[in-house]
Design a protein around this ligand. Sequence first.
Ligand SMILES: Nc1ncnc2c1ncn2[C@@H]1O[C@H](COP(=O)(O)OP(=O)(O)OP(=O)(O)O)[C@@H](O)[C@H]1O
Ligand SMILES: Nc1ccn([C@H]2C[C@H](O)[C@@H](COP(=O)(O)O)O2)c(=O)n1
Ligand SMILES: [Mg+2]
Length: 237
Amino acid sequence: MWRRATSLSSLIFSSSRRPLRDQGAYSLKAWEFFCAEPFKGEGCLSKEKNLFITFVLGGPGSGKGTQCAKIVENFGYTHLSAGELLRQEIASNSEDGAVILDMIKEGKIVPSEMTVKLLKKEMESCDNGKFLIDGFPRNEENRIAFEQIIGAEPNSVLFFDCPEEEMIKRVLNRNEGRVDDNIDTIRKRLKVFAASHYPVIEYYSKKGKLYKIDAIGTEDEIFERVRPVFAACKGAH
Ligand SMILES: Nc1ncnc2c1ncn2[C@@H]1O[C@H](COP(=O)(O)OP(=O)(O)OP(=O)(O)O)[C@@H](O)[C@H]1O
Ligand SMILES: Nc1ccn([C@H]2C[C@H](O)[C@@H](COP(=O)(O)O)O2)c(=O)n1
Ligand SMILES: [Mg+2]
């Protein structure tokens, strides 16, 4: 894990300085993608809006969506679920939607530029600058794409720490008709989660932005662990 994160950061700081936004959205070459500087020019979201962003992370079924609903109710954030935006794209029958459906069924992570494009559209059309971004970033590619395209970093990051057996139990009981809520896809999602989340968590931990929350307990008990994170910064914006 460490080696991967280290080699990625050496890529980030070593080469081309061309802003991602000037490049064709889906023709990003990995090299340019990782090496570009965050876009901070005219039309940059972080320049136009006073942003206050919390990323909400955790494995499948760890309770991210459930806790986001409570944070919205209590602290006036706008909730953007990356998974939900991708599901809406599938429902729109777009070309991207077909690609996204195939990836979600396989428990894979959708190419970052597709997901960030959807997040950006929502963030631009929203008057509120306080965003809870749920299920994102899932990996280092997601994280870097957000920084590059949105030109912002999160102010804080919540990580719901939940044992696998509990996540499997919750997802199988969810009953919302999701194509990925079946045991085969859950196992694939858990594998992908285990392989990709750690560098992201570690990155934000080192920056002092990470709040790790024990996700075992009732929904209300967990929210009482989340509340102080937001109560502490309520006066700040
Ligand atoms: N503390 C809890 N105890 C028991 N069940 C819970 C708890 N929190 C959430 N759930 C239930 O577990 C299921 C998964 O929760 P939720 O959808 O919030 O997870 P998630 O992290 O958003 O998952 P995904 O990444 O798959 O979207 C839901 O049916 C929810 O009602
Ligand atoms: N950053 C993201 C978020 C979600 N996805 C895809 C893959 C997930 O299995 C699926 C469902 O997301 P969830 O609702 O569980 O957060 O959506 C992705 O590729 N990238
Ligand atoms: Mg969810």
